[in-house]
Design a protein around this ligand. Structure first.
Ligand code: HEC
Length: 212
C-alpha cells in the first residue's frame, strides 16, 4: 500500500517533469522562430542584413488590406472560432475579467494599454496610439515583432484571411461596432479583379451594408 502511494507520487513527479520538458520544447518551437543576435536592441524598421546572409525571414512590410473592402465579406464565424486561441489568455466578453492578457471587449478603437486593472508591459505602454484595424492586423501577424518587448507571448497568425476574419469578429464584440471605412477607390479586391476589357464606365463600389 505504501509503495503504491510512492509509485503514484513518483509517477506524478516524473509525469510533471516530462510535461514541463515537452511544454518547453513546444514553447521554444512556437515562440522562438528566430533568435535575434542582439536581443533587446532591435530597432523597428531597420532591416539588418547579417554577413552570414540567406536569412529568409527579413521583416518585409506587409500590405495592409483595404478594410472597407474586406470587412463586409469577412467570415465572422471563422473569426469567432479563431478567437478561441486568444481566449486562452483574453476574455472577450463585455465586462469580463483580465486574464493573462487584458479583456478585449471594445478593443477596436480603444487606446492602447488602457484596460483598467491590467498591468501592461512598458513596451505596450510606450507604443501609444489606438487599436485600429490596420494596427491589429499588423500586431496579430507577429506581436513580438510589431511591439518589441510585449509580454503577449503569442506567435501570431500568419494567414491574412484568418486575421481579417478575427478582426471582423472582434468588431462584433463592441458596444457599438467600429465603423467600416469606405472602400478605397482602386482597392485591390482579393477575390474579384476586374477583367481588363471591362467597359469604360467603372461601377462605383457598393456602400457596404452594415454588417451585424
Ligand atoms: C499567451 C497568452 C496570449 C494569447 C494567446 C493572446 N494574447 Fe493578446 N495579450 C496577452 C498579454 C499578456 C497582453 C499584454 C501585452 C503587454 O502588455 O505587452 C496582450 C495584449 C493584447 C492586446 C492589446 C490590448 C490593449 O488593451 O492594449 C490585444 C489587442 C491583444 N492582446 C489581442 C490578442 C488576440 C486578438 C489574440 C488571439 C489571436 C491574442 N491577443 C492572443 C496575452 C495573450
Amino acid at each position: 500500500m505504501d509503495s503504491f502511494e510512492w509509485n503514484k507520487i513518483i509517477g506524478a513527479v516524473l509525469g510533471t517533469a516530462i510535461f514541463i520538458f515537452v511544454v518547453r520544447l513546444v514553447a521554444e518551437a512556437v515562440y522562438e522562430p528566430e533568435k535575434p543576435a542582439k536581443p533587446g536592441y532591435t530597432v523597428e524598421g531597420v532591416v539588418e542584413t547579417p554577413a552570414g546572409g540567406g536569412a529568409a525571414s527579413a521583416p518585409v512590410a506587409e500590405v495592409v488590406p483595404d478594410f472597407g473592402t474586406v470587412l463586409p465579406t469577412a467570415d465572422v464565424a471563422d473569426g469567432k472560432s479563431i478567437s478561441t486561441r486568444c481566449e486562452q489568455c483574453h476574455d472577450i466578453s463585455k465586462g469580463g475579467p483580465n486574464k493573462i492578457g487584458p479583456e478585449l471587449w471594445n478593443v477596436i478603437g480603444r487606446a492602447r494599454a488602457t484596460n483598467p486593472g491590467f498591468s501592461y508591459s512598458s513596451a505596450m505602454k510606450a507604443k501609444g496610439g489606438t487599436w485600429t484595424y490596420d494596427e491589429l492586423f499588423q500586431f496579430l501577424h507577429s506581436p513580438g515583432a510589431y511591439i518589441v518587448g510585449t509580454k503577449m507571448s503569442f506567435a501570431g497568425l500568419r494567414s491574412e484571411k484568418e486575421r481579417i476574419d478575427l478582426i471582423a469578429f472582434l468588431r462584433t464584440q463592441e458596444d457599438s461596432p467600429a465603423p467600416i471605412p469606405a472602400p478605397k477607390a482602386a482597392a485591390p479586391a482579393p477575390a474579384a479583379a476586374a477583367p481588363a476589357a471591362a467597359p469604360a464606365k467603372a461601377a462605383p463600389p457598393a456602400a457596404p451594408p452594415k454588417a451585424n
